[in-house]
Design a protein around this ligand. Structure first.
Ligand code: UGY
Ligand code: MN
Length: 246
């Protein structure tokens, strides 16, 4: 639906942001062909992570990330993507996800119409701890565990719970009416993409109506809460920094 003339649901605050798709402006980066990025979050907004939607045009294309200190985690929303890095290669269908460690050239080959979300951050090494290996999978193989005993709010933890990984990528699915059980306030940062449904997100002291396609940034210590509303379950994909001492 066209937003009201001169209005948007997008709101950028100092320690949180809601980025609605109506404001998206494309970027194309060096070496990219037939793929467009919509960078929703980056250090320019105050975040430690970057989050981008990558969309593939007619005939498909390739998104390229040079080797360096950045690690990447991605989730394929629609279409398919062949993920190629220095010593690995995997093809993901929709619902597929992958983590590729830093120091790898990463090429994401998508067919026409593919949409994926990519999280990118600087890897934080720890003395005497091996860097995390690449991993991939499909959400249909990841159990959806009741969150703190609530069957109507289920959490899928996509990446291994292993201290070598300094990020988590999870999917939270709520039945209509289900909520985060309390207003969370924590040291970890989140980047988030609404995948399905709708609801209301509390970010600091504000309450925002949100729906599929919206991206959200929560800085560390941003008080946060969610209630799913409407006729269908609401789900979101989110990033969280984990396993490192403050
Ligand atoms: O993992 C989390 O911190 C999660 N419960 N946060 C959130 O959904 N906003
Ligand atoms: Mn949280």
């Amino acid at each position: 639906m066209t937003p009201l003339f001169g209005h948007t649901r997008t709101h950028v605050a100092l320690r949180h942001a809601l980025i609605a798709p109506d404001g998206h402006v494309p970027s194309i980066f060096p070496g990219w062909e037939g793929a467009t990025a919509y960078v929703q979050l980056s250090p320019a907004i105050g975040a430690e992570l970057s989050q981008m939607l990558v969309v593939y045009g007619e005939g498909g294309g390739m998104a390229l990330f040079p080797a360096g200190e950045y690690e990447h985690a991605l989730y394929v929303e629609d279409g398919d993507c062949r993920v190629v890095w220095d010593d690995g290669d995997v093809t993901l269908a929709d619902g597929g996800f992958a983590f590729v460690p830093s120091e790898n050239v990463l090429a994401l080959h998508g067919s026409e119409g593919t949409r994926l979300t990519l999280f990118r951050k600087i890897y934080e090494p720890v003395e005497n701890l091996e860097p995390p290996p690449a991993v991939n999978g499909h959400i249909s193989d990841v159990p959806a565990e009741p969150f703190l005993g609530n069957e109507k709010a289920r959490l899928q933890t996509l990446l291994p719970i292993d201290a070598r990984y300094d990020l988590a990528m999870n999917i939270f699915t709520y039945q209509p009416g289900a909520t985060l059980p309390f207003v969370e306030t924590h040291v970890m940062e989140h980047g988030l993409l609404m995948l399905t449904g709708q609801g209301v997100y509390r970010l600091e002291e504000e309450y925002y109506p949100v729906k599929a396609g919206d991206a959200i940034w929560m800085a560390p210590y941003c008080p946060q809460w969610f209630v799913a509303m409407g006729d269908e379950p609401a789900s979101y994909l989110y990033y969280k920094d984990v396993h490192r001492l403050p």
